[in-house]
Design a protein around this ligand. Sequence first.
Ligand SMILES: *Cc1c(COP(=O)(O)O)cnc(C)c1O
Length: 958
Amino acid sequence: MLNLPLAVLERRDEFMHRHIGPDEDEVASMLAALGLDSLDQLMNEAVPAGIRLAAPLPLGPPVPEQEALARLRAMAAKNRVQRSLIGLGYYGTYLPKVILRNVLENPGWYTAYTPYQAEIAQGRLEALSNWQQMVIDLSGLELANASLLDEATAAAEAMSMARRVSASPSRAFFVDAGVFPQTQDVLKTRAKYFGFDLIFGAPEEAGKHAVFGALLQYPDRHGEVRDLTGIIAGLKSRDAITAVATDLMALVLLKSPGAMGADIALGSAQRFGLPLGFGGPHAAFFAVRDEYKRAVPGRIIGVSIDARGKPALRMALQTREQHIRREKATSNICTSQVLLANLAGLYAVWHGPEGLRSIALRIHRLAALFAAGMQAAGYSLLTRYYFDTLDIATGDRTASLHAAAGDLGYNLRRVSENALGVSFDETSSREDLAALFQLFGVAADPEALDIPASGLPADSLRSDPILRHPVFNRHRTEHKMLRYLKRLQNRDLALDHSMIPLGSCTMKLTATSEMLALGWPEFADLHPYAPREQALGYLEMMNGLAGHLRAITGFPAISLQPNSGALGEYAGLVLIRRYHEARGETHRDVCLIPRSAHGTNPASAAMCGLQVVTVDCDERGNIDISDLEAKAGQYRDRLAALMITYPSTHGVFEAAVKEICAAVHRRGGQVYMDGANLNAQLGLTSPAALGADVCHINLHKTFCIPHGGGGPGMGPIALASHLAPYMPDHAIQPTGASDRPNAGQGAVAATPYGSPSILTISWMYITMMGGAGLARATRVAILNANYLATRLAPLYPVLYTGERGRVAHECIFDIRPIKAASGIGEVDIAKRLMDYGFHAPTVSFPVPGTLMVEPTESESKDELDRFVAALSRIREEIDQVERGVWPADDNPLKRAPHTQADVIDAEWNRPYNREEAVFPLAYVRENKFWPSVNRIDEVYGDRHLCFGCLPASEASSD
Ligand SMILES: *Cc1c(COP(=O)(O)O)cnc(C)c1O
């Protein structure tokens, strides 16, 4: 033992062994439970031979953690962090360290899932309701959602919402020419496939046109602040809906969009503490008048009551909207930016109204001093009323001043050939002012420049108070804040407590070392529109990642722009439409989608102006080939695309997938593969090998970006070479290869590469795993799912399996027969699992009345066994109900989850005892997770819609 070779010792330390749960012995014993001898044997049974790749993943060997970090450090060193005064929606910020350490860097916050199981998510639901309240206060509107992906896509959502609610018959939408260029870019892409005409012009011209809606902005791209009241009234008189893009920091001082009469307010919350990250992730906000509450895209947190009548938070209304309304859904947004929204909301909690006012006033003061100095030196300002941003006429010195600023370490905005722009932010200082004065040859001494100067007329200022809610006024000391954050965290079940076996969500490990680099200043502090030569390290990292994704998907081209899976779907379908158009086949507008598809698929297709035609599934859950052939044939002249998920959302490797793709290609259609289940493909097959043309990759599923409680995510798309010329480009920062075949193609997101800072997570994962590690991860993911299927099948029927009786990386348990016999349904089981310390599997997707379980490769055998033990005991409990030992409505399942309030209840008179309620198995005693509320009444919540109400704990604490 003392003379083991170095290579052996080093292999034992490989990262894959700590990413993948089961070790060799556990794998062997799990295989034995399946009656198998080897993983190869399982793969042969689970994965059809016809789709298998012969060659291993071309990714190179695993790189040890220290070396991977060193490589990333070396890339980071190639980024040059300048002070970016470029603005355009991206500003320097300070994330308060108490929030950085305890939220952004804390797996208790970042590994949680979207709060579908609200009883074990009250912490982040409260943080989200703080966020909503903050947005409501600052926007002056009545209702805010829990975040959207970025400002540009939020503007696009506003446009489509305006069409839904406007009484005007028009198909035209007005866009203020002062709207940020990236927002205009995304609006153009979206408008085209919605069939809207965009009219661009100065805001004063808005009322001249017959439009169904308008997007205005203040402060606008030139920093100009306007009172839009009259313009909005004019639009309203013509039945047009007005959306206003704005800036939360400016709104601390300025009259709100609501006060001006706007119907919708939107924008980025980036400057509330969110690191620049070369473009993201950041949260966008979206607020509306109360009358439009049923038309809002995305999720809204509302208040309901629990079984004890106590107020409890939950997602309201649209929660499962896409799965129900499919192509008629209000939007395709699924993953949004929950972690970022929480950070921004907590930034407001920490600073409070007075703190925010000081920050905003200071920013404005710096801008005012700059304006005064520049004017004194004879420059003319092109921005009349400003908060933080000024355009300056710089004449023929524009290029040289811009370059000189760069040499001094400052990035300024190139407004035109004759003008430069400067934006101040929370991190700006007197030293910056002095440097700028030096640059522009201004003699004034900023220290002495305390002359009264303000660029804002009194009537543009806010007169109403903001953030009066106690939560924004009582966490002024770090101890109070720390304890508040901890209190919220304690209410949430995340991966730091136990497995989250959500099917289709791939809740795998995010290793700590994968999370380190996004906080390094070289990655955190780069402006998305900084000159590319300052981002060489980023570009190298992203090229490396794109190369890995090419090898994994088998496709030659990657676009990193989409910042969620659903946006990837949209981007991929846009590519397909552009491709058909370029071939003169604009009439191809039918999209085939299997009945089992995720709700985002039809919603995305509808956003691309495609007509959705549903394809049936057969009794085994596979696509019904004869129905597919019939529909592909019926629409042969109009067929644009098929959207397919592989392995299917039913958790099975369909043997006929290549045949299916060929049937679509034969009719001139393209195949879009929903890549949510890519974790089951690595090293076995690939989207290209299966016959797809384009797919998205949920980096927040397969490649370890944590779910953040509902975002961030990244949904880059991988595509065949014939589609590459149609990839999204970017109006400010061009993307694509050196020869740029995609030049001028409209963007789908605000930034060229989506949310670059979190790409470091996936880069680390793939680098440390290597091809062999990723392939093993997939094999073990399939093993884990089959192990659970086999162990649980005697208790809960497995709905679908492949031809040889195996499932893929997830499996569906059919609860319908159990419910018919006992009255106990999938929701009762989901809630009862909380008493056992587990998060529920996916409930009723893709089949109503079922539970879909995806353990991922990161769970070791003992965790799986605990889960089996829990579900086995739950099955016994169901039997007790079925046999009438416990009444149908008074048993541990219907009463689940149980809280501390239940067990101290002096009135306990239930047919089961307290111990059965909260400590149903021995392991629970050792590590009890207490749901903070009892079962939440969903119906009550939807009947008594109440948003932005007092968060429960704030009402009852202190
Ligand atoms: C998660 C998922 C999506 C949507 O991805 P987001 O990143 O949440 O937008 C689409 N399809 C399937 C099958 C999924 O599981």
